[in-house]
Ligand binder design. Structure first.
Ligand code: GDP
Ligand code: GDP
Length: 438
């Protein structure tokens, strides 16, 4: 599980430039599919062999938002509270602003390590611009240039050193349980749904310290199987107290997706499929976890104007990158079809943890290549040697090839589809990696 670093600061200081410099752009081949949101607010980064997630809170603001607006402040504060480290970016050319002073005061009481970064210091000659910032007593203070990279490595060295030690993978903490994340927009019905799910049959339900920081998970037993609903204690209580302060938290969604086997992506069917729903689905796709679309509030949908089939088609169109996620229309209010959720979690989980023997997978790939040979590469023939499954959660296969970089993405997709068809793994993400062998 990866720690989360939040980048904060007023507009135009260079947050997104710094973000782009830090994250390793992993342009997965499947991302060529339409419908994958490009404006990602977060990215994966690795420095000094330490993986972490970076969130650019600048993405919370639209261009003309007032950074002092209470809802913006709350979102930034929430991001600070939920992250494992904070990077506050300041503008070395513009100097200090009232917003900076206000924010730095608030950050003094943060529990997490805070790094102050004076950006746009494009070379050693400009270090004199830093006096103002030193005078404020901010510590630790880094001068750097996000655009040119100056000062960035030293800063990253210290940043990763301050991150919490790597946590064991969740399946090592609690090997028995199926870990479920419930994600979706505010008011989609997450808490209603969780309460309905937990109340539907006789179940032993308890709350335990969470797999992610400051979280409380809900554990339950159903038909002899254990489930761990990640970071759901707060969501459950919220419905009772009716505290609707909480905005959509990208960091919470990211963290629970990091820790889950299966994500329930809850949508408000009456509202239709929205951009935010697709964004959440995009996170699940990036993470490679199992996923189920739960279209809630179906009781409010007029069956004459929208059938489950039509809704599913619309959703598939917008979220083409998750073709394997089953779609279920439910009502947390009436309980309609809610009983189908656990069986779906089980079947997705079973596929997500599947192992395919080397003999079987090897034959599937070899036969697919024989049926449909890849085109030549620089006059040379691609040779596929053998294929084997290297891990599960999700099932991940490695094929040894003479020129891995020459395998076209459409051929990659063809092979993945063949594996899907032949293995029957239609409800889980799959990964296929090409590795060099000469
Ligand atoms: P954000 O609104 O905080 O995300 O800021 P951006 O990353 O969009 O950057 C705002 C502007 O500052 C852009 O025009 C960047 O090119 C510029 N900028 C960012 N980093 C640097 C830097 O290190 N040096 C200089 N000279 N300009 C920078
Ligand atoms: P959350 O913010 O995603 O946790 O959403 P809540 O569970 O708090 O639900 C938001 C609102 O939608 C509440 O007023 C619920 O009573 C209502 N709601 C939730 N599920 C359903 C449903 O299936 N049908 C209808 N009609 N209303 C629902």
């Amino acid at each position: 599980m990866k720690p989360v670093v939040a980048i904060i600061g007023r507009p135009n200081v260079g947050k997104s430039t710094l973000f782009n410099r830090i994250v390793r752009r992993r342009e997965a081949i499947v991302d060529n599919l339409p419908g994958v949101t490009r404006d990602r607010l977060y990215g994966e980064a690795v420095w000094d062999e330490r993986p972490f997630l970076v969130v650019d809170t600048g993405g919370f603001l639209s261009g003309d938002d007032d950074p002092f607006a209470p809802h913006i402040r709350r979102q930034v504060e929430q991001a600070v509270a939920e992250s494992d480290a904070v990077v506050m970016v300041l503008d070395g050319r513009q100097g200090l602003s009232p917003f900076d002073r206000d924010l730095t005061l608030r950050l003094r009481s943060a529990d997490q390590p805070v790094f102050y970064v004076v950006n746009k210091i494009d070379g050693p000659a400009q270090e004199e611009l830093l006096h103002d910032f030193y005078a404020l007593g901010l510590e630790p203070l880094y001068s750097l240039s996000a655009e040119h990279g100056y000062g960035v490595p030293d800063f990253l060295d210290d940043l990763v050193a301050a991150l919490p030690a790597p946590q064991p993978a969740p399946e090592q903490i609690d090997p028995e349980a199926v870990r479920v994340a419930v994600v979706g927009r505010p008011n989609a019905g997450k808490s209603s749904l969780i309460n309905r799910l937990l109340g539907q049959e006789r179940m032993v339900v308890s709350e335990v310290a969470g797999t992610t920081r400051d979280a409380v998970d809900t554990l339950l037993q159903r038909q002899g199987r254990a489930y761990r609903f990640i970071d759901t204690a707060g969501i459950r209580r919220k419905a009772k107290v009716d505290l609707k302060l909480e905005k959509f938290s990208i960091i919470k969604a990211l963290k629970s997706l990091e820790a889950c086997d299966v994500a329930l992506i809850v949508l408000d069917a009456e509202q239709g499929v929205t951009e935010q729903d697709i964004r959440v689905a995009g996170y699940a796709h990036d993470r490679g976890c199992g996923a189920v679309f739960v279209a809630n509030k179906w009781d409010l949908v007029d069956a004459r104007t929208l059938t489950p089939h039509q809704f599913t088609r619309e959703l598939r169109e917008s979220a083409r990158f998750l073709p394997h996620a089953p779609v279920l229309t439910v009502s947390a209010l009436t309980g309609q079809r809610v009983a189908k959720i656990f069986p779906l979690i089980d079947s997705v989980f079973a596929q997500y943890t599947t192992r395919i023997g080397t003999g079987v997978i090897n034959r599937i790939v070899t036969e697919a290549v024989q049926r449909n040979e890849p085109s030549m590469h620089k006059g040379r023939r691609l040779k596929f040697y053998y294929t084997t499954q290297v891990s599960e959660r999700p099932p991940t296969f490695v094929t040894f090839v003479n020129h891995p970089e020459a395998v076209h993405f459409s051929y990659h997709r063809f092979l993945l589809n063949q594996i899907r068809l032949q293995t029957g793994l239609d409800q889980t993400p799959l990964r296929l990696i090409f590795r060099q062998r000469t």
